[in-house]
Design a protein around this ligand. Structure first.
Ligand code: FES
Length: 111
């Protein structure tokens, strides 16, 4: 399926210099999380309808690794490689956001 994709995942892979006060998602595993999304989508035969892209800083650094899923505009924080299969299965495939990984402001916005 050509764009627009059914779901589009943006994973922050921003890297800041060591010691930067804001930190960055790259040192928390952003690049590995993005690779895991790509691999999981490929493994499930979804890569033509859903896409995972690297993103720069999305300004939620303290919650990193930051992941945003569109078209819903769902924001996940503290995402680890081991969370990726759950997000793909529960959210991307079944359409149910993974509550335990939602960023705090996202939870408030939905209630
Ligand atoms: S560095 Fe990832 S959200 Fe800012």
């Amino acid at each position: 399926m050509p764009p627009p994709f059914e779901r589009h995942v943006f994973v922050c892979t921003n890297r800041r210099p060591d010691g930067h006060p804001k930190g960055c998602c790259a040192t928390k595993g952003g690049e590995e999380v993005r690779a895991a999304f790509k691999e999981e989508l490929d493994k499930r035969g979804l890569k033509r309808s859903m896409r995972a892209n690297a993103a720069g800083c999305v300004d939620t650094c303290s919650f990193g690794v930051s992941v945003v899923v569109y078209p819903e505009g769902t924001w996940y924080g503290g995402v680890k490689v081991e969370d990726v299969p759950t997000i793909v299965e529960e959210h991307l495939v079944q359409g149910r956001p993974v509550e335990r990984l939602l960023m705090p402001f996202n939870k408030k916005a939905e209630r």
